[in-house]
Each structure stands twice: as structure tokens, then as C-alpha cells.
Ligand binder design. Structure first.
Ligand SMILES: NC(=O)c1ccc[n+]([C@@H]2O[C@H](COP(=O)([O-])OP(=O)(O)OC[C@H]3O[C@@H](n4cnc5c(N)ncnc54)[C@H](O)[C@@H]3O)[C@@H](O)[C@H]2O)c1
Length: 347
């Protein structure tokens, strides 16, 4: 008998029993983790190393680690769209949330209307609707000095952050050769430099605490080229390089860094006529001058494996909950795609 012997049947009954509450004897036998594998964890009589609890997603149990109770998260670009959905979904899963947004114009090199303070207030109110603490912060991710002082205030007045979602971004639709200098520079500065600022500002606190989760919003347009949106594509491609590099550097501090990659999602970033026309043109059809949303949906849906014209923000946010959770302890440097199936055909 080794210290790990426990019969398969005993293990099965415990799992089926739900709570997997081990008896004293079994707890002793299972050591740090009570896992589903029943083989003795030995090789040629030598015990296999047992990972420490914070270096593993832990044993199977109902709802394991998928709740975010007791966690404090920060979401940038939280006034609306995917950022709001992630903030509210985090709250629904038990996290307190700091909701950060510029709440105003970012650059003329943005096709979307500016977000408003009222929209950020609405996100805060929806988070509080789940009984969670929420703070709204007006800040610009491009301004690293302002971001550093914001981080200091959050740590002092709200608490240590467990999770940071770098979501804020803008998009520019213009042919490469017609771009103003600012159409290139401002999109890269906002999306890539702003995301890097977010990681560089909030990582040191996590390093000191030896735990943390970063989720960086990239895009399917960061995985393939995009006709007439080169600066956006390049910024989102760059975020993948940032994510993988940060994952390599921060892993030893028990911090995970992953990219969440949505397909086309209906938000103010995408809800305007030029975007509808672009979405139809991407399918190889000549769009009418003024397509209706229904025409754009009908045109695109047949090409998407799950047969939707586009996704909703709260189709994307559950994946952020997983990446933020204890259950994703061993997921880092990874890309998590939520695309309705576009990722099956796009690279
Ligand atoms: N909507 C889509 O189809 C789609 C697809 C793939 C990826 N994404 C990505 O998802 C993320 C969210 O997009 P969305 O569609 O919800 O966009 P959105 O325009 O609805 O929301 C973006 C938010 O970011 C904020 N923001 C922008 N720059 C900022 C700055 N410098 N400082 C602070 N806040 C700033 C805006 O004010 C806005 O509230 C982005 O990173 C985007 O690239 C979106």
C-alpha cells in the first residue's frame, strides 16, 4: 500500500456524492489534492511531485473555482459593450469591480461615438445590482502617469486587485494609403501602448502578492489581416505578442496573462453604417449604400458556423470569468476565441 491508495469505487462515490468531502483517512491518503486519478502517483517507487495549491486548478468539485467570490477586478473600457458585460458578469460571479473608462472622445481616429459618464454610471449600477462593490474611475489608458496614480488610489482605498481586464480600444476603418498619420499612430498608441501601460502599471502589485490574472482583449482581426483597418489589426496582433511575452515574464510570480479573442460583436464599436457595409463587403458582396442591420445580418449569418450575423457582448464575458477564475490556474499565454465559429475558418 502506498500513501495514495484509494479504491476507484470509493473515489467514484465521493465524486457522485457531490461535495467530495474526504474522510480523515482519505484526506491523509490524498495529500494536498483530492484528484480524480486513482493510480498511485509514483514512478518506479518514487512519488510524483505534488504541485502546491496555487499551482493547480485543484480537484474536481461542483463549481470549482469558477466563481470569483472575494476577488477584486478592474476592467478598462467598462462604460459599455464588452467591457460592461465583463464587469457585470464578474459581479454576477461574486467579484467586486473597478470600472475604468475615459468617458469621452479618445481620438478623431475612432469611428465609434465617444462613451459618456452616464454609461459608466450605468455599468457601476449594474455591478451593484448584484450586491457587489463597484467604483467608477475616469482615466485614460494612454496616460501612464495618471494610470499609476489611479492604481495607487485603488490599492489604498478599494483593495488589492486580483484580476485586470485590458479591454479599452478604438477602431479606425480607412484604406492604408488614405490614412492620416493620426489614423495609424493614435490607434496603435491607444490600443497597443494603452494595453501595455495597463499591464505595466498593475503588474507590480500582483508580483508583490504573488498572484494575479490579466486578460487582454485582442480580436480575430488581430489574427488575420483586415482590409481597410490595418492599424486596428496591427494593434490587436501586437497585443498577442505582448500577452505571450508578459505570460513568460510574469509566470514565475504566479500571474497568468491570456488573450480573449471575440469575433464580430454588436457594440458601439461596430454599430454604424460603414461597419455594416464593411461586414457585407468582407463576404464578397457589393453592399447597398445604406444597408439595414437585418440585411447585414442575413448576409453574414450563413457564413458563420453557428449561423449568427454577430455575437452579443454577454456571449463573450463568460470566457473572461473562466480566465479570471482559480479554475484557470494553469492557463497562461493562451488565446481564447469566442467567435460563433469564425475561428474554425479564419486563422
Ligand atoms: N465589438 C467587436 O466586434 C469586437 C471584436 C473583437 C474584439 N473587440 C475588442 O473588445 C474590446 C471592447 O470593444 P467594444 O466592442 O466593447 O468597444 P466599445 O467602443 O463599445 O467600448 C470600448 C470602450 O473603451 C473605452 N476606451 C477607449 N479608449 C480608451 C482609453 N484610452 N482610456 C480609457 N477608456 C478607453 C471607450 O470609451 C469605450 O467605452 C476592444 O478591445 C475591442 O478591440 C471587439
Amino acid at each position: 500500500m502506498t500513501g495514495f491508495d484509494i479504491t476507484a469505487e470509493a473515489r467514484r462515490r465521493l465524486v457522485l456524492g457531490g461535495a467530495l468531502i474526504a474522510s480523515a483517512a482519505i484526506a491523509g491518503a490524498a495529500r494536498a489534492h483530492d484528484r480524480t486519478d486513482t493510480d498511485p502517483r509514483v514512478l518506479d517507487g518514487n512519488p510524483m511531485p505534488e504541485p502546491p495549491a496555487d499551482k493547480s486548478a485543484g480537484p474536481v468539485r461542483p463549481g470549482r473555482g469558477s466563481a470569483l467570490a472575494g476577488k477584486l477586478a478592474l476592467v478598462t473600457g467598462a462604460a459599455r459593450g464588452i467591457g460592461r458585460a465583463i464587469a457585470v458578469e464578474f459581479a454576477a460571479n461574486g467579484a467586486d469591480v473597478v470600472c475604468l473608462d475615459i468617458c469621452g472622445p479618445v481620438s478623431p481616429a475612432s469611428n465609434a461615438r465617444p462613451a459618456t459618464p452616464a454609461e459608466l454610471d450605468e455599468t457601476v449600477s449594474q455591478v451593484r445590482g448584484y450586491g457587489r462593490r463597484a467604483e467608477g474611475v475616469h482615466a485614460d489608458i494612454r496616460d501612464i502617469t495618471q494610470l499609476r496614480s489611479t492604481a495607487g488610489i485603488i490599492e489604498r482605498d478599494v483593495g488589492p486587485l486580483d484580476i485586470v481586464v485590458a479591454n479599452a480600444a478604438i477602431q479606425r476603418w480607412k484604406p492604408l494609403l488614405e490614412m492620416e498619420d493620426s489614423d495609424w499612430r493614435d490607434v496603435i498608441d491607444n490600443n497597443l501602448n494603452g494595453t501595455a501601460n495597463t499591464v505595466r502599471v498593475f503588474a507590480p502589485g500582483m508580483v508583490a502578492r504573488k498572484r494575479g490574472r490579466f486578460i487582454l482583449l485582442s480580436s480575430m482581426q488581430g489574427k488575420h489581416g483586415t482590409r481597410n483597418a490595418a492599424s486596428y489589426s496591427a494593434s490587436k496582433w501586437g497585443i498577442l505578442g505582448l500577452m505571450k511575452s508578459a505570460a513568460m515574464e510574469l509566470g514565475e510570480h504566479n500571474i497568468t496573462v491570456n488573450a480573449l479573442i471575440p469575433g464580430l460583436v454588436d457594440t458601439p464599436l461596430t454599430r454604424y453604417e460603414t461597419r455594416l457595409r464593411n461586414s457585407m463587403a468582407e463576404q464578397g458582396v457589393t453592399p447597398p449604400a445604406h444597408p439595414t442591420p437585418q440585411e447585414a445580418w442575413d448576409n453574414r449569418a450563413p457564413t458563420v458556423p453557428l449561423k449568427v450575423g454577430w455575437l452579443q457582448p454577454d456571449d463573450v464575458s463568460p470566457a473572461a470569468v473562466f480566465l479570471a477564475s482559480d479554475a484557470a490556474a494553469m492557463v497562461t499565454g493562451a488565446e481564447y476565441e469566442v467567435t460563433g465559429g469564425d475561428s474554425a475558418k479564419d486563422i
